[in-house]
Design a protein around this ligand. Structure first.
Ligand code: CMX
Length: 136
């Protein structure tokens, strides 16, 4: 797939405001965007660290993916997102290699990115997102 970089690391948090305070106070980072992604049942907050973002994820619904994750495992790293080009082609390529896909086609994620998830069962227990920024 040759990702160009880690686009973001998604961290599941119980309280978005408290978690934002931690990154702002301890690391002196500035939260530059807070956005609700209704389809994913999350409210997200973003920080830039070099080329990579930290994406804090607070669930808006206990039955959403982040709500279920926190109930099962508690707060923590939820997913890693790789920046790719030609996301549709990459999904076909991954499926051809036997990777279990959560999304066979990209959907719209936070910040207008086209995103798709690979199943953690195919990736050593890590939920991996691939994403493409076509707004550049
Ligand atoms: N990382 C690693 N493993 C995870 C996981 C995660 N984030 N979330 C769930 N799992 C594991 C569970 O521990 C469970 O493993 P076991 O079978 O060994 O117990 C297995 O996956 C199934 O978990 P589940 O609780 O039954 O949940 P579901 O099958 O209903 O859903 C998943 C799991 C990954 C398919 C679902 O969370 C999903 O579709 N995620 C993609 C969308 C998403 O996460 N959106 C939020 C972020 C959006 C954004 O960034 O904007």
């Amino acid at each position: 797939m040759k990702p160009s970089h880690i686009e973001h690391i998604g961290i599941a948090v119980s309280n978005l405001d408290e978690a934002i305070g931690f990154y702002e106070k301890v690391f002196g980072l500035k939260c530059y965007n807070i956005e609700e992604v209704a389809e994913q049942k999350v409210r997200t907050a973003f920080f830039m660290v070099g080329q990579t973002k930290i994406e804090l994820l607070e669930s808006t619904d206990p039955d959403g993916p982040v709500g279920k994750f926190i109930e099962k495992k508690g707060e923590g790293i939820h997913h890693i997102a790789f920046a790719v080009e030609n996301i549709e082609e990459q999904l076909v390529h991954a499926a051809d290699m036997g990777v279990k896909l959560i999304d066979s086609k990209p959907r719209k994620g936070a910040e207008g990115l086209d995103i798709a998830f690979l199943h953690p069962k195919s990736a050593s227990g890590v939920l991996i997102e691939i994403c493409e920024n076509r707004n550049k």
